[in-house]
Design a protein around this ligand. Structure first.
Ligand SMILES: CCCCCCC/C=C/C(=O)SCCNC(=O)CCNC(=O)[C@H](O)C(C)(C)COP(=O)(O)OP(=O)(O)OC[C@H]1O[C@@H](n2cnc3c(N)ncnc32)[C@H](O)[C@@H]1OP(=O)(O)O
Ligand code: NDP
Length: 291
């Protein structure tokens, strides 16, 4: 596969299949927009004419994007917000409304987890991941929907989950949370359809964002081999799919989950932690272990 650029200059020039001006004057809120997939999405939306708002917990990350947007003359609101905190979420939406008006599009991308064997996850660690990926995502989408309904306006939500429908060794907490997001999205897609609200999920496979650095080197070494394309995806690949789902071209798509994983869910053996000997690559090693 052709490599895509990861630098900010690269994001300026990355090839685009979406039409010029597609999101002109639309207000787009991207959670986790200070890095990785969220940052690429913010860039893509700005290139297509949107007024972009981003949030995350770390001010420095947001500041980096703020500076780059200012240099390009693109409008941006950047505000720290922990999506697990409902007051902070309300303040974020208030700030976006005050600056640009009610968002038209919410890209619910913030999330993550730590990789740990299932029997080692503490109750506090479990809660941290569930609250980040399930509760935080829910608070953001519910707040958007409540405001759209109150204003008699429609809107679009794209939830970024993970392609781990069959489970994923090393991230039981995150797998549970993402399954919850997919089902909450299906349910809300029906309940909120009368208000003109669409909700879809993008389930990425492995994507070469800075986020992958949290995984142990022995797991990372096998990532590119864990799907039939023998490759990982790029944040820009994800951004463009988000752009499609957020656009009017997808007006008849709601409650769906689009998997973008290079076929990894169909073929491949991925571990986010060190692979136990029982699951060794060679039959002999595994047989030695069992006998
Ligand atoms: C084929 C497709 C599927 C592939 C999926 C796999 C690939 C996925 C890739 C990505 O998602 S890339 C994006 C990665 N980015 C991140 O994960 C960053 C965000 N993650 C986090 O911020 C944390 O992981 C968090 C836990 C979700 C944040 O919560 P919080 O800030 O509240 O955490 P802490 O206060 O640091 O910790 C709370 C609690 O959690 C336990 N814990 C945290 N880190 C670890 C760890 N590395 N190992 C073990 N346990 C951990 C622990 O119990 C902490 O409590 P204390 O011990 O600190 O009291
Ligand atoms: N890269 C990959 O291979 C895959 C990624 N994903 C998912 O895609 C999404 C984007 O990840 P990616 O870009 O790769 O990795 P990053 O780690 O770069 O992005 C995660 C972003 O979420 C923000 N974030 C995390 N927790 C919170 C929180 N509680 N409140 C607000 N913001 C938060 C982070 O900012 P900060 O830390 O400053 O808060 C960061 O900007 C995540 O949901 C991730 O789990 C799914 C499958 C695979």
């Amino acid at each position: 596969m052709t490599a895509l650029p990861v630098s900010e200059a690269g994001l300026d020039d990355a090839p685009m299949t979406l039409a010029d001006g597609l999101f002109r004057d639309r207000v787009v809120l991207v959670s986790g927009g200070g890095s990785g997939i969220g940052k690429a999405t913010a860039w893509m939306m700005a290139r297509l004419g949107a007024k972009v708002a981003i949030c995350g917990r770390t001010a420095e990350r947001l500041l980096g994007v703020e500076t780059a947007f200012r240099d390009r003359g693109w409008p941006l609101l950047a505000q720290t917000c922990d999506i697990r905190d409902e007051q902070a979420v309300e303040s974020l939406f208030d700030a976006v409304e005050a600056r640009f008006g009610l968002p038209n599009i919410l890209v619910n991308n913030a999330g993550g987890q730590f990789a740990l064997a299932a029997d080692k996850i503490t109750p506090k660690g479990w809660r941290a991941v569930i609250e980040t990926n399930l509760t935080g995502t829910w608070l953001m989408m519910q707040t958007a929907a409540q405001r759209w309904i109150a204003a008699s306006r429609g809107g679009v939500v794209v939830n970024v989950t993970a392609a781990n429908e069959r489970g994923m060794p090393g991230i039981a907490h995150s797998s549970a949370a993402r399954a919850g997001v997919v089902n909450a999205s299906r349910t809300a897609a029906v309940e909120w359809a009368p208000y003109g609200i669409r909700i879809n999920c993008l389930a990425p496979g492995l994507v070469d964002s800075g986020g992958l650095s949290v995984y142990p080197p022995e797991a990372r070494a096998g990532f590119h081999r864990a799907n039939p394309q023998r490759s990982v995806g790029h944040p820009w690949d994800m951004a463009q799919i988000i752009g499609f789902l957020a656009s009017d071209s997808a007006r008849y798509v709601t409650g769906a989950t689009l998997t973008a994983d290079g076929g990894g869910a169909l073929w491949g053996d991925l571990w986010t932690i060190e692979r136990p000997v029982f699951f060794s690559d060679t039959q002999q090693e595994a047989a030695d272990h069992v006998s």
